[in-house]
Design a protein. Structure first.
Length: 163
């Protein structure tokens, strides 16, 4: 092996490591098997699950949760306002446990988990007719197919699509 080849091999190895680390950092918010450890906060759970699944905070970045909580007066067509103390507690919890891009510099504010690249990739093969079924209702109804969504279990191997 000549001298130039010996210098290229370590550079190639370093490049491979760097690309692998970047890929890991850009991974979706869920673990490899799509099970999240959902942190506990009784206020968040009570307030958010009063109307819908208390979505695990890891599914959106902090800047998205901040925009959602600060816009609860017009929360997807409903006034879901909270008193200032409760709103502050819920917002702090969501931001502290948010998914990647916690500082908001890499992704646009998304108000819907169903608009994130991760969600769209994971659900690209689901036919429109499935989403329209009365027992599903919308893409936001995770529990229609993910029976353990409340516990943060979105493992595709346990999905039960409504028929």
């Amino acid at each position: 092996m000549n001298e130039r080849m010996r210098l290229r091999i370590p550079r190639l190895a370093a490049l491979t490591v760097a690309v692998t680390l970047m890929a890991v950092q850009l991974a979706p918010p869920a673990a490899a098997d799509d099970r999240l450890v959902v942190p506990r906060n009784d206020t968040w759970k009570t307030e958010c699950s009063a109307c819908h699944l208390a979505y695990p905070p890891q599914l959106l970045p902090a800047h998205s949760w901040r925009a959602i909580v600060q816009g609860l007066g017009q929360h997807f067509g409903t006034d879901a306002s909270l008193d200032p103390g409760t709103a502050a507690e819920v917002q702090a919890f969501l931001e502290q446990n948010a998914g990647r891009d916690r500082d908001g510099r890499g992704t646009p504010v998304s108000m819907r988990i169903t608009d994130t690249g991760w969600f769209l990739r994971k659900h690209r093969k689901i036919p429109a007719a499935t989403w329209a079924r009365p027992d599903v209702g919308s893409r936001a109804n995770c529990a229609a197919c993910h029976r353990a969504a409340e516990r943060g279990d979105f493992d595709e191997h346990t999905v039960r699509l409504p028929r």
